[in-house]
Write a protein that binds this ligand. Sequence first.
Ligand code: F1P
Length: 318
Amino acid sequence: MSSLTEQVIWDQFAYLRASLKQPVEVLRAKTVVFVGCGTSYYLAQAIAAATNDAGQNAIAVPAAEWTDRPGSYLADLEGAVVVGLSRSGTTTETIEALRVSRELGLSTIALSCEPDSTILQVAERGIHLPTDKREGIVMTVSASLMLLAGLRMAGVPVTEANIADAERVLSAISKVADKAVAGRRHFVTLGAGALYGIANEASLKLQEMSLSISQAFHPLEYRHGPISLVDGVSMIVLLYSSLTQAREEKVAQDVSAKGAFVVGIGGRGDVKIDVSTQGPARALAVLPALQLLGEKVACAKNLDTETPRHLTKVVVLN
Ligand code: F1P
């Protein structure tokens, strides 16, 4: 019997397809600043990279950092548009980041999965993305929804084919997850470009859902020190990019030779999951599978992801 968390992961595609019908504006400004917390910040990283790929200057900043020191991330604030991502729409730091942005005279947009949430009221413009009410503390379907909307705002054409690809990748990883997870206690996720934010999100899922020590890096960075941790209990998830696949496959060979079990998503590994989506939309094609991987590691450790340790659905600071 699968958990409610797993059922929500499997059932997310109807929500993704429905969201394709929602109008979104393609962002055009001197610079687009995506802000968020936790999962929403990592989605911001992926969306910002996709936005740059589409020819529009963009950065991703943790919400509290943008509130406290915007100048450390963008020297010239003039003409910037700030996009706040928040499933709940009530995360204190993200609300503050938008409020500060308005005080600075910047345009603001909010993405949220809660109707009429605070963030949608604070921002000048907002997009509500209806989500599965069964979703628990750990973000799954809402993360995919905000990523999809953000990619479309970047000007990335997300299609039914990409959503169907995400379903296939999810199904494929469900068939090999138990083999990949067995006996593994050290987890690493690697991704480049827009996939680096997804690697961070996958790592956060492993931390939140399965209480695993997990790290995320750019693939070619891994040899520069962190590789020292690889041994026979390492599982390394490599999110391949078509552009750099050959060099990434050499990283897979290096870590495999040191004892790691490599989950190759879009390329070579001890298990290889095919991905047909190319370009920045690949971030969406692989995200649901990575959500399930977190759930599978949690199951292997007999952990209930409906009650993740120390976490609440929203972080509200007083
Ligand atoms: C942000 C967040 C989540 C985290 C946990 C607490 O929420 O930090 O990323 O997984 O659920 O809240 P939100 O601003 O997107 O609602």
